[in-house]
Design a protein around this ligand. Structure first.
Ligand SMILES: [Zn+2]
Length: 105
């Protein structure tokens, strides 16, 4: 397989920030940690890696709308839980952030 450049444009950067925030909120509220626990850190690393490798790169839409299921099943279930839990908190903590993200859908 030919080696590809990792995604690193502004859209991907923003998505990485969003997913990191959401996992941080989830861990803080669900696992009661100040720092990410091992499980959440693992999930975050995985999510960031998927974004770096996303085949749509800067053209990507919201992951929840994506036709390509690039997440492994167990991680997909975990990230879903995080999104469902942290979504409302994101609106509270980072309104501009989330609204922009939602408008993209
Ligand atoms: Zn955690």
């Amino acid at each position: 397989m030919p080696k590809r450049e990792l995604n690193n444009g502004p859209v991907i950067q923003k998505e990485k920030e969003t997913v990191s925030q959401m996992i941080a909120i989830y861990c803080r509220k669900k696992h009661h940690r100040k720092e990410l626990c091992e499980e959440c850190l693992d999930l975050k690393n995985y999510a960031l890696k998927r974004l770096s490798l996303c085949r749509f790169g800067e053209e990507k839409s919201a992951c929840s709308n994506c036709k390509v299921h690039c997440y492994r099943k167990d991680y997909r279930e975990k990230i879903r839980k995080v999104m469902r839990f942290s979504g409302p908190w994101m609106l509270l903590y980072h309104p501009v952030f989330s609204v922009k993200h939602l408008l993209k859908k």
